[in-house]
Design a protein around this ligand. Structure first.
Ligand SMILES: [Zn+2]
Length: 400
């Protein structure tokens, strides 16, 4: 046997021994880790039982080695803390994960997103914004979520310019935000109008309509702006567009519409326009406004009969109140007393009634909010009366 051949068996024995030793060492390490884990786990549980939750979190988090298999557990724990409002603990879990430093890029981004959400929930907007902006710049796989979060963050800070800057990027990836961007423009324009910057407001309202051609709020603001600027014809064009976009919101502008026609000295055109509205899309607001004009022409009795006809199909407290008011002067004795009582009753009912309601979350309000204070959605708060109206009712006949 040559020396070379003699060495072969020894070579195989060495490999087998190495393999066996390796397996033994692996098992020994795993046993050791399990012992460490269970010891930390028991310590954590003891802290919990002794009502020392801070130490419990620290110990339990440290007992879980950061790795592919434990990442989800850590993230679930962090989210749970955030949901319970325990933001310090949620932040600590996420910072611990990032400090471990051995996470792959995707996992690291998951953790960063969670940490930014912790900061945002805790009102640490600067820190949250920094992380979200970095995700957008890097075009991370969470960049769309980060942009949505930034929109919500800037909304809370009422920073409409920054909200629009992010929104312009987001709308290319998610066009469902376009109507919201139109509302941001309206917020900006309302501020400009208050500051007497009419031309800037006009430009911004046109921008709103490019985001969302159906933005009724933009038409509403345009109408008011032009009316106050002494341009009733331009105002009427905006209000007529508003009527086509959203007949329910149009009722909110009825006083302004009437003011435009009055300024142009076109009373009969107003009556004609209101009559058309009352036939096409009747509402208590339109009927009362029309009755107000009919009273001047035909007297109280005709006007109250007109309202009463509408009320047969669309009973409302506001309509009843108006009929009572119109009939008060013509009555005396016991009937007058009864009408007085009815008037007080309708006044009280109207005072107690919420005029607006969010159709998304049910939030009730006394005034019109463009963003619901309850669920924070835009354009969901509507006049409560309009929601109660049944679409099954047909139009009523116009005045003769
Ligand atoms: Zn709501």
């Amino acid at each position: 046997m040559t020396p070379d051949v003699w060495l072969w068996p020894l070579f195989f024995v060495a490999i087998a021994t190495g393999y066996a030793l390796g397996r033994y060492e692996g098992r020994r390490r795993q046993r050791k880790r399990m012992t460490g884990l269970s010891r930390d786990y028991v310590r954590g549980l003891n802290f919990l039982l002794n009502e020392q939750p801070d130490q419990a979190v620290e110990t339990l988090v440290n007992s879980l080695e950061v790795g592919e298999h434990t990442l989800e557990t850590h993230l679930a724990l962090g989210r749970l803390f955030r949901k319970r409002g325990e933001l310090d603990r949620a932040t600590r879990v996420h910072q611990h994960l990032l400090a471990a430093g051995s996470l792959p890029v995707d996992a690291r981004e998951d953790v960063e997103l969670e940490l930014a959400c912790d900061y945002m929930a805790g009102g640490l907007f600067d820190r949250a914004e920094m992380i979200f902006q970095r995700m957008v710049e890097r075009d991370s796989r969470h960049s769309v979520t980060a942009m949505h979060k930034l929109l919500s963050l800037f909304e809370q800070e009422r920073d409409w310019n920054n909200a629009l800057a992010i929104g312009e990027k987001l709308v290319r990836r998610d066009d469902s935000v376009a109507p919201v961007l139109a509302h941001y423009c309206c917020e900006l324009a309302a501020g400009m109008t208050r500051d007497d910057e009419r031309n800037a407001a006009r430009r911004t309202l046109r921008r709103a309509l490019t985001f969302d051609p159906q933005c009724a709020r933009a038409s509403f603001l345009q109408g008011r702006l032009e009316l106050n600027a002494g341009n009733p014809e331009n105002a009427l064009r905006a209000f007529e567009r508003l009527y086509e976009q959203d007949a329910v919101l149009f009722d909110e502008a009825l006083d302004d519409v009437a003011a435009c026609y009055d300024e142009l000295d076109r009373e009969s055109d107003l009556v004609e326009f209101l009559t058309r509205c009352s036939v096409e899309r009747p509402s208590t607001g339109v009927i009362l406004k029309l009755a107000e004009r009919l009273r001047a022409r035909y007297g109280e009795r005709q006007a109250s009969l007109f309202i009463a006809q509408y009320m047969k199909a669309h009973p409302s407290v506001r309509g009843l109140q108006r009929i009572v008011e119109m009939n008060l002067d013509d009555t005396e004795g016991q009937t007058r007393e009864h009408l007085d009582i009815l008037q007080r009753l309708t006044d009280r009912l109207l005072a107690e009634q919420s005029s607006y309601q969010c159709h998304a979350c049910g939030f009730e309000a006394r005034s019109l909010h463009w963003q619901c204070p309850g669920c924070k959605q835009w354009g969901t708060v509507r006049p409560a009366e309009a929601q109660a109206d049944s679409p099954a009712h047909g139009p009523i006949a116009g005045p003769e």
